[in-house]
Design a binder for this molecule. Structure first.
Ligand code: NZQ
Ligand code: ZN
Length: 379
């Protein structure tokens, strides 16, 4: 067991109609609100109306920044910061999935500190203050609603980076599974993959506290049990609720108790694939995880076998990897590069991109030779 410090200041409101007390919750942080959202789903499905009704009823002054794209880009963050500064906003309400919430974390830091968003993302500067962030989540996947990470990409520099800072913790998170009922099948599957991948990144990190291994297996098993049911019944409240809670628990710090770090090498690979081909985050992970486990199968055989026994009741590393691959496939998330339209002719650019940004894990390092093998294993 490794030494650890646990801290999570996010107040989580979970369940049916929790958004009914959004207005008065936001009001405690200020009167001038910046409402951020994505490319239209929240208006199409009525979530925007529910939120704006709450904010208006509480007498709040609202400016809006919309259009944040999946795999969010720093340009949107910059524009939202300019808008927020102009209106001297005091609190941000992020309505959307991980892309909107992550962007809003950096928007909040930049507005409060006056620092440049990309300099914040690259750790070139250290923000010392932020403005309060309240999120209303519409997609279960990233865990961003209750964690201190923000992931944003910069196409000019060719980087998709994660920025982790205690000031990134939202103040409040509103999770109503009803708000996720309209997530289409593909993103529902990617969310299930993403949450499982977060549990795996923690599991393959440094430190092996046995109770945390068991909790990690429980999260993965729950997603594997209910995920396929949800894929057949996308509007089912109980199934949405189970997956939503799984996603929050997979990356809110719980799976890191008794550990020094997670690994995150597979996420590193995934971010490069998202950058190159604009592939959805979860889809990159269902491709990269089986390949990474195959690469590490000898070195990590004890750990992989424990995982297989705990999650699937199988005995060998091969069976474990096969079971994860089959599960990802069963919910229609791609498990090869071929399935996202790539082939051997793309190998060189992928390897070059891994090289450029030095893709590696925190515990299990990846070498240049590994990159070539990984790309072969993903094809
Ligand atoms: O833009 P709109 O129109 O809102 O559509 C979105 C988007 O197209 C749509 N959507 C969201 N909620 C919906 C909905 N459609 C219908 N009904 C709803 N209720 O779904 C699409 C994907 O949205 P996005 O926010 O991009 O998805 P997700 O939540 O998976 O976030 C992915 C981003 O989070 C980062 C990823 O790298 C990626 O950039 N991550 C953030 C992490 C963190 N902060 O801790 C950890 C993760 O490992 C991950 O890296
Ligand atoms: Zn992820």
């Amino acid at each position: 067991m490794e030494n650890f410090t646990a801290f999570n200041p996010v107040r989580l409101h979970f369940g049916r109609d929790v958004v009914n007390h959004l207005g008065k919750t936001v009001k405690q942080f200020g009167n001038k609100v910046l409402l951020t959202y994505g490319q239209g789903s929240v208006k199409k499905y009525g979530y925007y109306d529910k939120v704006i009704t709450q904010l208006k009823a509480a007498g709040l002054e609202v400016s809006e920044y919309s259009g944040i794209k999946p795999n969010p880009v720093v340009e949107d963050v910059e524009k939202a910061v300019a808008l927020g500064r102009k209106h001297q906003v005091e609190v941000i309400v992020a309505l959307g999935g991980g892309s909107v919430v992550d962007s809003s974390k950096v928007i909040a830091l930049s507005i409060a500190s006056g620092l440049d968003p990309w300099e914040i993302m690259t750790y070139a500067v250290n923000p010392e203050k932020t403005i309060p962030l309240v999120n209303v989540l519409t997609l279960a996947a990233t865990g961003t609603e209750m964690n201190a990470a923000a992931v944003v990409q910069n196409r000019k520099t060719g980087q998709k980076l994660g920025f982790v800072h205690p000031l990134n913790f939202p103040k409040e998170a509103f999770l109503d599974p009803q708000f996720t009922a309209t997530v289409p099948a593909n993103y529902t599957a990617y969310g299930i993959v993403d949450l499982i991948a977060h549990a795996l990144e923690a599991y393959f990190g440094e430190g092996e506290p046995s109770v945390i291994d068991s909790i990690t297996f429980a999260i993965i098993k729950d997603a594997i049990q209910w995920g396929p049911e949800l894929m057949k019944d996308l509007g089912n409240y109980e199934l949405r609720a189970n997956i939503m809670l799984d996603a929050t628990l997979a990356l809110n710090g719980l799976t890191m108790y008794g550990k020094k770090s997670g690994d995150w090498g597979v996420h590193g690979m995934g971010h490069e694939l998202s950058l190159l081909y604009d592939t959805a985050h979860g889809a990159t992970l269902s491709i990269a995880y089986p390949a990474w486990m195959k690469l590490k199968k000898e070195k990590l055989s004890v750990r992989i076998r424990k995982l297989g026994r705990g999650v699937f009741g199988v005995n060998t590393a091969e069976e474990t990897i096969e079971a994860f691959t089959a599960f990802f496939s069963s919910i229609q998330s791609p498990v090869t590069l071929t399935e996202i339209g790539l082939d051997k002719s793309n190998s060189r650019e992928i390897i070059a991109q891994f090289n450029k940004n030095g893709v590696s894990g925190m515990c299990h390092k990846l070498s240049n030779d590994d990159y070539a093998r990984l790309v072969d294993l993903m094809l």
